[in-house]
Design a binder for this molecule. Structure first.
Ligand code: HSE
Length: 312
């Protein structure tokens, strides 16, 4: 019997991961968005309701990340039926935790369960990317891919994206600290210089290559040595009050590295499991010194990607 309604959960994500601007991200399943999609006889896509921690989002499907993703899917597949959806937001708006991506991913994963011939995840990725573009103003998959596939994920290419799930040494945890403030992704992208200085380019490529090779070879020293963004972070750190003190405190407490999650204002650190609590306490204390309240999590870098939680 054809599935008429499906609900999918898609996790939050940390994009860029310091050294992989627009191409690297990891999933954070401590929070996420849940989307229920139903088949409707009338073609087209309708967003019926948005609930949860971020209700102030467009109900107009064209302007909604989840709506736009399903419009792309329905058009590409020339479906003769429509989709209606309800979105439960678990990821705060403009937090740097990939909320717009997670809604788009949860929508395509739920809708996929309604298709007569379900698509592969790589095919779903392209539709979800079109949804994400509504929010951030450009096509990039560094939140979409980890939310969809799970774990630390590299995405190469836009029109024909290739995705690689990267192994992470077992002993590494991520500390995530979300201050209660907003940073607009569009603005955080608009302030970036269009050019990169040659020596910064060399450092950043060395750091990215070193980090990825450290992940594949379980080389924690290599990860520590290379986990530094010399291009984007220096330009964006002004958006986060106390950035230098927060990062400094995390490093002093033993973090392998600490940077901005996506476009911010959430910050994250990678550290050995044994140091995670101290790193978290140090970061939280520095945010408190800025009079910022926070939510915080200590999570594994490897986690499950989006999945269907209910079908009827
Ligand atoms: N890579 C993106 C950025 C993530 O940092 O602007 C947020 O969409």
């Amino acid at each position: 019997m054809t599935v008429q309604r499906a609900t999918a959960f898609a996790p939050a994500s940390v994009a860029n991961v310091a050294i992989g601007f627009d191409i690297l991200g990891f999933s954070v399943d401590a929070l996420g968005d849940t989307v229920t999609v139903s088949r409707s006889a009338t073609p087209g896509v309708r967003v019926l309701a948005i609930r949860g921690v971020a209700e102030d989002l467009p109900l107009e499907a064209e302007k909604n990340t989840a709506g736009r993703a399903l419009i792309a899917m329905a058009e590409a597949l020339k479906l003769d039926y429509g989709f209606e959806m309800e979105i439960q937001k678990g990821i705060p708006l403009s937090s740097g935790l990939g909320g717009s991506a997670a809604s788009a991913v949860a929508a395509v994963v739920a809708a996929n369960a309604l298709l007569a011939t379900p698509l592969s995840r790589i095919e779903l990725l392209k539709f979800a990317m079109q949804g994400e573009a509504v929010a951030s103003g450009s096509m990039h998959a560094d939140n979409i891919s980890p939310s969809l596939f799970g774990g630390l994920v590299l995405t190469v290419g836009i029109d024909h994206p290739r995705v690689k799930q990267i192994p992470v040494p077992d002993g590494i945890s991520a500390v995530i600290v979300h201050p209660h403030m907003f940073v607009s992704t569009k603005q955080a992208r608009a302030i970036l210089s269009r050019t990169v200085n040659l020596s910064d380019f060399v450092w950043q490529t060395a750091n990215l290559a070193g980090f990825i090779s450290g992940c594949y070879t379980n080389d924690v020293d290599m990860i520590r040595e290379t986990f530094q963004d010399v291009v984007i972070e220096p330009q964006r750190q002004l958006l986060i009050p106390g950035f230098a003190q927060i990062r400094g405190a995390a490093m002093h407490a033993g973090a392998l590295g600490c940077s901005i999650s996506g476009a911010g204002p959430t910050m994250f650190a990678l550290c050995l499991k044994a140091d995670a609590q101290a790193v978290r306490d140090a970061m939280v204390a520095q945010f408190a010194a800025q009079n910022l309240q926070v939510d915080d999590w200590i999570v594994a870098v490897q986690s499950e990607g989006a999945h269907v939680v209910m079908e009827a």
